[in-house]
Design a binder for this molecule. Structure first.
Ligand SMILES: [Zn+2]
Length: 251
């Protein structure tokens, strides 16, 4: 999705704090300050890369590490003599900032969109794409599969098959809620591809269900989004869902 450029103009920041003042704050507060000044939302599954400046990710990682060290301390774990947890805060901070939640901090993957010169107008199905995320409620892993159905028109842009996986990964690498993740992915693809119809199905396993709470071993959740032609045309919807069922059973 394209977002309006944040306003870092001197007038906007002078109203509150100068850049020198901001520089003395921890990176997370600096970034939060810019987000609030620009009236931008920063929920767990929002991308805030436009507000993070060069070098600040390393600072964020150090901050997260220090806080995680306090969490371990609060859990009464002796990270000094326990060689297993000695570096845990550092490892988890890196994992959060650079890996599993990286989709919050890095800009959208660059994907080349091609005009539909062949004027393809047949149903295209991409998937299953393996997706990995974490639930915002418990920060437990979510593992799943995504299928994407696209009905292009002559004005649609086409993107390479592997790029669907890169875009999905960017959106899933954040603390997510499955319903919201599917909608975010649909919005992103709608904007880039501009098809006549767009369908997304996500089936995922939520580890917070296995690991805690009811400890249910069958905890798959399925969500779908249907847009445009997929909403209006029951046959198209059926075609998509039947191809998807067949693809799944052939694995
Ligand atoms: Zn959960």
């Amino acid at each position: 999705m394209s977002h309006p450029a944040p306003d870092f103009s001197p007038t906007a920041s002078r109203l509150f704090r100068s850049e020198e003042e901001l520089a003395r704050l921890p990176a997370s507060e600096r970034i939060r300050y810019r987000l609030v000044a620009a009236e931008r939302r920063y929920h767990a599954n929002d991308n805030i890369s436009a507000f993070v400046r060069e070098g600040e990710l390393a600072e964020l990682k150090a901050e997260v590490q220090a806080k995680l060290q306090e969490v371990l301390q609060a859990l009464v774990i002796d990270t000094q003599s326990d060689h297993n947890t000695n570096e845990t805060a550092k490892r988890v901070a890196k994992m959060f900032v650079r890996e599993v939640f990286a989709g919050r901090y890095k800009p959208a993957p660059s994907v080349t969109e091609f005009p539909n010169v062949e004027r393809l107008n047949e149903l295209m199905i991409v998937g299953p794409i393996t997706v990995r995320s974490a639930c915002s409620h418990h920060m437990c892993p979510i593992f799943g599969k995504v299928w994407i159905g696209i009905l292009p028109n002559e004005h649609s842009n086409l993107i390479g098959l592997s790029k669907y996986a890169r875009i999905a990964d960017w959106i899933m690498s954040r603390p997510q809620i499955q319903e919201e993740a599917v909608t975010m992915l649909a919005n992103e693809l709608q904007e880039r591809v501009r098809p006549d119809g767009l369908a997304i199905v996500m089936e995922a396993d939520h580890f917070c269900m296995h690991w805690r709470g009811v400890k249910d071993s069958e905890s798959k959740m399925t969500n779908s989004v249907m847009r445009g032609a997929f909403l209006k045309d029951a046959n198209l919807r059926r075609e998509f869902l039947s191809l998807l069922a067949r693809k799944d059973s052939s694995r």
